[in-house]
Design a protein around this ligand. Structure first.
Ligand SMILES: Cc1ncc(COP(=O)(O)O)c(C=O)c1O
Length: 333
C-alpha cells in the first residue's frame, strides 16, 4: 500500500506486507454465472486472511498518533484477528470485544499476538463496553460503538481505496461495470467507492462502476427500495454468515450504493450454503460470508439486472477456514 501514500492518511504505518492481492480471470465461474467474464479479487491472500489488513495499519497508526495506549475492536472474528496482528507489530496493546460465537481459530490467533479478549453475551453489549471505556479510560476504538452505528475509523476505511487503485491498475479505464462486495457495516463498500470516486474526479477513470452490496438479510435492499430507513433494526437469520451479519446498516453504505448507481441484494442462509457448496465444488473454498457475492450476482443476472454480456469483479474477502462448524456441517451434508 506504500505505493499509494499520496492518497492515504499516513505515509508511515505498521505493515505486515498487505495489499497487492491477485486479480484473476475465472472463465469457469463466468460460465456458471452466464456472464461474459468474471474476475476474482482475492483479498483472503492478505497476511491475516482478509481485506481487513488494508484497514488496520491506518487505525493503529491513528491510535499511536493520538498517544492512545490501547486499541480495541468489536469483532466476530476477522477484524479481531487483523487488528491484533497490526497492534502487535506496532507494539501497542490490543483488546478484542466479542461473543462466545467467535471461532476457536480466530480466538487462538488473537490470543497468540498477546492481545486480550473480552466476552459479552450479545453483539450489542460489545458496543456498550467499548463506549464506556472510550469515554472513561481513553481506549481507541477501531470499530463502531454508537447506536445507530457508524462505520469503522475513517482513517482505516481509507485503506480500502487501495483495492480500487489495484483494480484500476489491472484494467485501466476498462473496469467492468459491476463490482460485488459482501457487506455488513459497509466499510469495505464505502472505501472502494471512495477510491473510484477519487480516480474519477482526477479524470483517471471515466466512470465509477456500479457497486453491488451483497448481504445476508434484506437491509440495504429495503432502504434502496424506500421500504426502510437507515436507523431501523432489521430482522432475519445470519448465524451461518456472521461476518456480514447484524441487524443494522450504516449511512455510508447507502451513499456508496446511491452514488455508484449500484444495487443491494440479499442472499438467505439456505442460499449461502448452496453458494459456498457450489464454489467449493468448483475448487474455491470460501467463508460463507464471502461466498454470498456469487449468489448475489447469480440472482441479479437471473433478474436481468445484470445483462449476460457483462463482466463482473467479485471481491473474495475470506477463505473457507473461517467457516463456523455449523456452516461446515451444512457444506458436507
Ligand atoms: C468475510 C467478510 N466479508 C466482508 C466483510 C465486510 O464488512 P463491512 O461491510 O463491515 O466492511 C467482513 C467484515 O467483517 C468480513 O469479515
Amino acid at each position: 500500500m506504500f505505493r499509494y501514500t499520496d492518497y492515504l492518511p499516513y505515509n508511515k504505518f505498521p505493515t505486515i506486507v498487505e495489499g497487492g492481492t491477485p486479480l484473476l480471470e475465472d472463465k469457469n465461474l463466468a460460465e456458471r454465472l452466464g456472464l461474459n467474464n468474471v474476475y476474482l479479487k482475492n483479498e483472503f491472500q492478505n497476511p491475516t486472511g482478509t481485506h481487513k489488513d488494508r484497514m488496520n495499519p491506518f487505525i493503529v497508526q491513528r491510535a499511536i498518533e493520538n498517544n492512545k495506549e490501547i486499541v480495541v475492536a468489536a469483532s466476530s472474528g476477522n477484524e479481531g484477528v487483523s487488528l491484533a496482528a497490526y497492534a502487535a507489530r506496532a507494539g501497542i496493546k490490543c483488546i478484542i470485544v466479542t461473543t462466545d460465537n467467535i471461532l476457536p481459530n480466530c480466538k487462538e490467533a488473537i490470543l497468540a499476538t498477546g492481545a486480550e479478549i473480552i466476552f459479552t453475551k450479545t453483539a450489542f453489549e460489545r458496543w456498550e463496553i467499548i463506549k464506556k471505556h472510550v469515554e472513561e479510560v481513553n481506549w481507541f476504538s477501531a470499530t463502531n460503538y454508537m447506536n445507530p452505528p457508524v462505520g469503522s475509523s475513517y482513517f482505516g476505511v481509507q485503506g480500502y481505496k487501495t483495492i480500487s487503485y489495484e483494480i484500476y491498475e489491472y484494467f485501466g479505464d476498462n473496469i467492468p461495470n459491476y463490482l460485488a462486495i459482501p457487506t455488513s457495516r459497509g466499510d469495505l463498500l464505502f472505501g472502494i467507492f471512495e477510491g473510484f470516486k477519487e480516480l474519477n474526479s482526477l479524470n483517471i477513470i471515466s466512470k465509477i462502476p456500479k457497486l453491488i452490496a451483497v448481504e445476508p438479510i434484506p437491509r440495504l435492499e429495503l432502504i434502496l427500495s424506500s421500504k426502510a430507513e437507515t436507523n431501523n433494526l432489521f430482522e432475519g437469520k445470519y448465524s451461518l454468515t456472521p461476518s456480514v451479519g447484524g441487524n443494522t446498516v450504516t449511512r455510508q453504505s447507502v451513499v456508496a450504493l446511491n452514488r455508484s448507481k449500484g444495487y443491494a441484494v440479499s442472499v438467505s442462509q439456505e442460499e449461502a450454503i448452496l453458494n459456498t457448496k457450489e464454489l467449493s465444488k468448483s475448487g474455491i473454498f470460501l467463508e460463507g460470508s464471502s461466498a454470498i457475492v456469487y449468489g448475489g450476482i447469480k440472482k441479479l443476472v437471473k433478474e436481468g439486472k445484470i445483462p449476460k454480456n457483462e463482466e463482473v469483479v467479485l471481491i473474495m474477502t475470506s477463505y473457507g477456514s473461517r467457516n463456523s462448524y455449523g456452516m461446515i456441517k451444512e457444506i458436507l451434508r
